[in-house]
Design a protein around this ligand. Structure first.
Ligand code: NAD
Length: 297
């Protein structure tokens, strides 16, 4: 059973995830470098730890939700391994590079710990609602425990394969999403130029072979999908800067593996340009504004 959870990294995602662990009746010892994040976690029913070592000292499971690979490596190497009980299950839910995930898994297993990479799909709304999708890289034998530890935060948990496979699945999924969103944005912008009503194009594309998540759940033109960020000036949602981070991870991984990913490379270049023009904070579907030549809107 997972009664005591150590939660490290209480940001936009981790804050809601830790709160859902507490809501499930687990004792959550939370730590973050930010005092404001700690205060929010405390208000959500978590206990404030004084350090990472303090947070993990009696944990049944340690969950980390940190910005990037270097944070994950240093937190585990310096403050989790050797400080958490050997029986603690170690789960990193951050989106990081495959290599670092495998390095941390190796360091953990050398010291007798079980580690899993368990990045998420779903964004902050799903983090708050406890409806994230987790893609997991771990030994097959460890998976039932991983699933149980993640349960209060999840809608679905899928084992992608061994160590690093969760991160591989995450970056492949997001590369596909980046490419498909740009494709949808181009098509809608072209429809507009051709005098076709973008709302009518939605009706057609969502029932034709152009159908995909970027059309049906996240249409970049306001109207057809009320929950999509296009209806609120592209605020909130999945920031362009975050999409760019994931596309970079995909290109780095592709270069190292010798994979050919020309569309992923093009998506990275377009999101890098959009970010460079000062739109990194906008939802990634705002790419349509650049393709329409309407960056001022
Ligand atoms: P965030 O920047 O809001 O939160 C990260 C938190 O980690 C911050 O509160 C920061 O203070 C804390 N932190 C950094 N170094 C630390 C350390 N050494 N010790 C303790 N705390 C430390 O980021 P986020 O949006 O919550 O994203 C976290 C991860 O989840 C990222 O890898 C991101 O790519 C991934 N992700 C984000 C989303 C999203 O929609 N925001 C969706 C899926 C995956």
């Amino acid at each position: 059973a997972f009664e005591k959870i150590a939660f490290i990294g209480l940001g936009n995602m981790g804050g809601g995830m830790a709160a859902n662990q507490a809501k499930a009746g687990r004792e959550v010892r939370a730590f973050d470098l930010s005092d404001a994040a700690l205060a929010r976690a405390e208000a959500a029913g978590c206990r404030r730890a004084t350090s990472i070592a303090d947070a993990v000292s009696e944990a049944d499971a340690v969950i980390t939700m940190l910005p990037a690979g270097p944070h994950v490596l240093s937190v585990y190497a310096e403050q989790v391994l050797g400080h958490a009980p050997k029986s603690a299950l170690l789960l990193d839910c951050s989106t990081i590079d495959v290599e670092t995930a495998r390095t941390v898994a190796g360091l953990a297993s050398e010291q007798g710990y079980v580690f899993a990479d368990a990045p998420v799909s779903g964004g902050t709304a799903a983090a708050d609602a406890g409806t994230l999708a987790f893609m997991v890289g771990c030994d097959e034998a460890a998976f039932p425990g991983v699933e149980q530890a993640l349960e209060p935060m999840s809608r679905i948990t899928i084992r992608a394969g061994d160590h690093g496979a969760g991160q591989a699945a995450k970056i492949c999924n997001n590369m596909l999403l980046g490419v498909s969103m740009i494709g949808v944005c181009e098509a809608v912008a072209l429809a507009e130029r051709l005098g076709l009503d973008p709302e009518r194009f939605f009706e057609i594309a969502s029932k034709s072979s152009g159908q995909c998540w970027s059309v049906t759940s996240y249409y970049p033109w306001p109207g057809p999908v009320p929950a999509a960020p296009s209806n609120r000036g592209y605020a909130g949602g999945f920031a362009t800067a975050m999409m760019l981070k994931d596309l970079k991870l995909a290109q780095d991984a592709a270069a190292k593996a010798g994979a050919t990913t020309p569309m992923g490379a093009q998506a990275e270049a377009l999101y890098a340009l959009f970010d460079r023009l000062g739109h990194g904070g906008k939802d990634f579907s705002a790419m349509i504004q650049m393709l329409r030549g309407r960056l001022d809107e």
